[in-house]
Design a protein around this ligand. Structure first.
Ligand code: 5GP
Ligand code: ZN
Length: 112
């Protein structure tokens, strides 16, 4: 069994505030929110980052964006940011592909 933190959340071995789930994706609240709404959109399948994704995963990657847009619509968000840190240099700290969905405050650009 994988010791990966997010794989363990998928298997319910670690508690999380899950807000949406389907057969391929999980959406849950970030434990250290950086905005009034901050959830993580992850595939249930373990991929370390986008760098591990292959052509076989193309539909899954689209599915994750649809999961994000479904959450945004259901949460009544009129704007939000969807961002994925890939690699340590980009700020990735958990090695299981995830998208941050942030909303509820002004967003600066470029991000730090
Ligand atoms: P990264 O830094 O890899 O882009 O994002 C990882 C995110 O996972 C961080 O925003 C961090 O707050 C969140 N995180 C780390 N550990 C946990 C946890 O145990 N539960 C939840 N819900 N979020 C976590
Ligand atoms: Zn994992």
């Amino acid at each position: 069994m994988s010791e990966c933190l997010f794989c363990r959340i998928v298997r319910r071995e670690i508690p999380a505030q899950i807000v949406q789930e389907d057969e391929r994706a999980l959406v849950f609240r970030d434990v250290h929110p950086q905005a009034p709404t901050h959830v993580l959109v992850i595939p249930k399948k373990h991929l370390g980052s986008l760098l591990e994704a292959s052509d076989e995963d193309a539909a899954l990657l689209g599915h994750l964006q649809r999961a994000a847009s479904r959450f945004a619509a259901q949460a009544g968000l009129s704007s939000f940011r969807l961002v994925s840190n890939n690699g340590k240099g980009a700020g990735q700290t958990v090695d299981h592909l995830h998208y941050h969905l942030l909303a509820g405050r002004p967003m600066a650009w470029p991000p730090g």
